[in-house]
Ligand binder design. Structure first.
Ligand code: URA
Length: 235
């Protein structure tokens, strides 16, 4: 990556004075960026295994009434990104902006997430972004265990279709639900976990919304992102 551009990305993370001697991130090849949410599954066998393809899964989510959040949502927030992505970013649940626009991480936290991805040489369009919950909990309260349990099969089907090389769980709620643990986020960081039957490597970092409130932890998030990039390079 061009050093000036890299500096801008790190500045957006508030890290410009801290990583001056770091290894430069891999450049993003323009032709590596596929159209967002293209309709064709990457691997038809995965689609068969999951029992659905992308359009069918999206339709099922849009029609979902498995929990009471269907009564308060404006719309479901399925996920967005490159269906050939190596990275799957998983957040908690849509907030007000996402509920309105139908896309994950479009508010201030989303802008910081984009900057975090850029800092390790990834464009938003190169990754796939989804949440544990597809509907907004009113008032942005934490998802209940039963809401998460009802919704997780949709994420599992997205994973079966995507076959990511790496999952990045952002925030405590995503990490604890994906890993079925109550261990604190601080203790889940900097380790390679495995998700599901396919044992996808999963790395945990802070939620960008938390980092907006606690910018002093951005340095740790930067360490996590570099760690995740190394893990992905080894897969
Ligand atoms: N926070 C999340 O966890 N997900 C979103 O989509 C937006 C904010």
């Amino acid at each position: 990556m061009n050093p000036a551009l890299r500096h801008d990305y790190l500045a957006a993370l508030g890290l410009e004075t801290w990583v001056a001697r770091g290894k430069s991130a891999p450049a993003v090849a323009a032709d590596a960026v596929a159209p967002r949410d293209a309709a064709v599954p990457r691997d038809p066998a995965a689609a068969r295994e999951a029992g659905v393809d992308w359009p069918e899964l999206r339709a099922r989510v849009a029609a979902c009434t498995r929990c009471a959040l269907c009564n308060t949502r404006t719309q479901t927030v399925f996920g967005v990104g490159n269906q050939q992505a190596e990275w799957l970013i998983v957040g908690e649940a849509p907030g007000a902006d996402e509920d309105r626009q139908g896309e994950p991480f479009v508010g201030r936290a989303g802008q910081l997430l984009n900057s975090m991805l850029h800092a390790i040489g990834l464009a938003r369009e190169q990754v796939y972004i989804a949440n544990v919950l597809k509907c907004r909990p009113p008032g942005n309260r934490d998802p209940t265990p039963s809401e998460a349990a009802e919704c997780l099969p949709y994420l599992e089907q997205q994973i079966a279709l995507l076959k990511p090389k790496l999952m990045l769980a952002v925030g405590r709620i995503a990490a604890q639900n994906l890993l079925r643990t109550s261990v604190t986020l601080g203790r889940l960081r900097q380790q390679v976990h495995r998700f599901g039957r396919s044992q996808v490597p999963l790395v945990v970092t802070y939620h960008p919304g938390y980092l907006l409130r606690t910018p002093t932890d951005k340095r740790k998030a930067w360490e996590d992102l570099k760690f995740a990039r190394e893990v992905c390079a080894r897969v």
